[in-house]
Design a protein around this ligand. Structure first.
Ligand code: DQA
Length: 146
């Protein structure tokens, strides 16, 4: 089993970006956490981050036959990108949407996710731990567990 851990814009700055909202965890910490959970269950993880919307869409297209599922924090594109939603739908991979912060407790424009309807689930507001939850969820799904 192989998973893709994908991040959208500004998430390369985790650790220094608004630590009161996102914590001090870095992207490298999160990538190591997800790899740890996946490896312990016999799965491998590929990591990708971009600040360019088309690059994330291209990555989903290219990885569609390489990975079995995706853990995705699309950052602000969650709330804006019909193109990303269509890409998730098009590649027919199971995707778990993750947010470090509880987007429902923040500004109104963060309450709506354009991608939620094409993801198998959403984990929001659990901080770093949310990625572990999302990875286990995705692997359970891929292994056919309820
Ligand atoms: C985020 C929430 C988004 O609203 C925001 O644009 C981000 C990070 C989160 O992880 O909490 O960049 O996806």
């Amino acid at each position: 089993m192989q998973l893709l851990l994908a991040h959208g814009p500004n998430l390369n700055l985790l650790g220094e970006r608004r630590p009161e909202v996102y914590g001090t965890t870095t992207l490298a910490d999160i990538e190591a956490d997800v790899a740890g959970v996946a490896n312990a269950r016999g799965a491998a993880v590929l990591c990708f981050q971009s600040n360019h919307e088309g690059a994330l869409i291209d990555a989903l297209h290219s990885y569609r036959r390489v990975v079995d599922g995706v853990v995705l924090n699309a950052g602000a594109w969650t709330h804006t990108s019909v193109a990303l939603r269509d890409a998730i739908e098009a590649v027919q991979l199971p995707v778990v949407e993750v947010h470090l912060s509880n987007t429902h407790r923040r500004e109104a424009f963060r309450h709506r996710s354009l991608i939620a309807g094409v993801c198998i689930g959403q984990v929001t507001g659990l901080g770093r731990e949310g990625y572990r939850v999302a990875t286990n969820l995705l692997l359970d799904y891929l292994e056919g567990r309820p």
